[in-house]
Ligand binder design. Structure first.
Ligand SMILES: [Zn+2]
Length: 90
């Protein structure tokens, strides 16, 4: 009789979606996304350069999807961008 083998305890790491994303404007990893399910929008905001966008999302879309749309919009005209730092004149 050797006693029961102790069950191996496997630490469960909850899989979490990234909540901070990289900013296409300043390059900082400071973009946060707040989803408003009722309004059907995601507010994308960079804590570094203050770039801000309001992205329309569907009810099944998550922050990652909103970020993808934000990036597309940023490089495709920026019609969802509501605020950005003073445009640099070249
Ligand atoms: Zn930024």
């Amino acid at each position: 009789m050797g006693g029961r083998k102790r069950k191996k305890v496997v630490k469960r790491v909850p899989k979490r979606l990234p909540t901070v994303f990289s900013c296409p404007e300043c390059g900082g990893k400071a973009v946060r996304i707040d989803i408003d399910r009722e309004a059907g929008t995601a507010r994308v905001k960079c804590g570094r350069c203050k770039l801000e966008a309001l992205i329309p999302i569907s009810s099944i879309e998550s922050a990652v999807d909103a970020y993808g749309k934000f990036i597309d919009d940023y490089y495709g005209g920026g019609k969802f961008i509501v605020q950005r730092k003073a445009a640099q004149t070249s």
